[in-house]
Design a protein around this ligand. Structure first.
Ligand code: A3P
Length: 295
């Protein structure tokens, strides 16, 4: 791990993030999905892709791309394309481009962070659930290193903010503050709220991206079709390559992106003492700005 401008990055990702910052050329109608890892990125990618591409790919279509590909193959992770020297793939995408990043708001290219045209949809989740989800994800890795990582190691690092794209509190705060300052440019979503009412979240994303469902689409049940298409059960069963979503996530099998998909699973893995300690750190960091994850 390397720390850069207060953010912790996996060491192999640093060159890509630097290149993204320096060389990314935005288009005025770009849409960027931003998130800390393990906070609902895959789901948000699927929902946004299905919503934005619904004219070309009707969500009820039995051959929809999301039924044959992992959502990470439909929406590229920009920082990793830059890491792999494959940024030309971004130039080849038709407008409006739908892309994803895990970097902190403070690490976005200035052109993206402040471009009045580019829209950012951000999703985060309860930080203890993020830690538990991350641990399971590492365990599912096909490398020995990943499979031997203990929850207690990860937890100790997370308490110091030292995890992939951590600290989680700074990640959340950066986008939250930006969503408060420019709500037409940054939409702030929480995974738990999406779980509570997925159809409403789909409508919210469509409204924000200015691709509202028409009366006819509503009457035909399109938002509900998108919800079903993007449900964890459907995506888990997709005919995607089972042995690695794409070149970026080649170490992880397709199913590792779709585990439980519930809120509050931390309770099955953390002791009350661990929870209390982590909550206290997160609450202290987020308390001033008025953001809370306390239930
Ligand atoms: P759990 O490990 O808690 O089950 P990311 O996509 O950012 O890597 O986040 C992964 C988390 O989102 C995992 O959480 C995963 O199960 C959950 N997830 C993936 N697809 C989902 C979907 N379609 N609906 C709800 N949750 C989903």
């Amino acid at each position: 791990m390397r720390q850069w401008k207060g953010a912790w990055l996996p060491h192999r990702r640093v060159p890509g993030v630097l290149s993204f910052q320096r060389r990314f050329t935005p288009r005025p109608d770009d849409v960027l999905l931003a998130s800390p890892p393990k906070c609902g990125t895959t789901w948000l990618k699927a929902l946004s892709f299905a919503t934005m591409a619904r004219a070309a790919y009707p969500p009820g279509d039995g051959d929809h791309p999301l039924l044959r590909l992992n959502p990470h193959d439909c929406v590229p992770l920009v920082d990793s394309l830059f890491s792999a020297g494959q940024e030309a793939k971004l130039d080849a995408l038709p407008s409006p481009r739908l892309m994803n990043t895990h970097v902190h708001h403070s690490l976005l290219p200035p052109s993206v962070a402040h471009d009045p045209g580019c829209k950012i949809v951000y999703v985060c989740r309860e930080p203890k659930d993020m830690v538990v989800s991350l641990w399971h994800f590492y365990k599912s890795s096909k490398t020995t290193e990943g499979s031997t990582y203990t929850l207690s190691d990860l937890f100790e690092n997370a308490c110091q903010g030292k995890h992939s794209n951590g600290p989680i509190w700074d990640h959340i705060l950066g986008y939250w503050q930006e969503s408060q300052a420019t709500p037409r440019r940054v939409l702030f979503l929480r995974y738990e709220e999406m779980l509570r009412d997925p159809v409403d979240s789909i409508r919210e994303v469509a409204r924000f991206l200015e691709v509202l469902f028409t009366v006819t689409e509503e009457a035909a049940g399109l938002p509900e079709d998108i919800m079903k298409l993007c449900s964890i059960e459907t995506l888990r069963g997709a005919r995607a390559d089972k042995m690695g979503a794409n070149k970026v996530f080649v170490k992880f099998p397709h199913t590792s992106f779709f585990r439980k998909g519930v809120a509050g699973d931390w309770v099955n893995h953390m002791t009350p003492e661990m929870a209390q300690r982590f909550d206290a750190i997160v609450e202290e960091k987020l308390h001033g700005p008025g953001l809370s994850f306390k239930s």
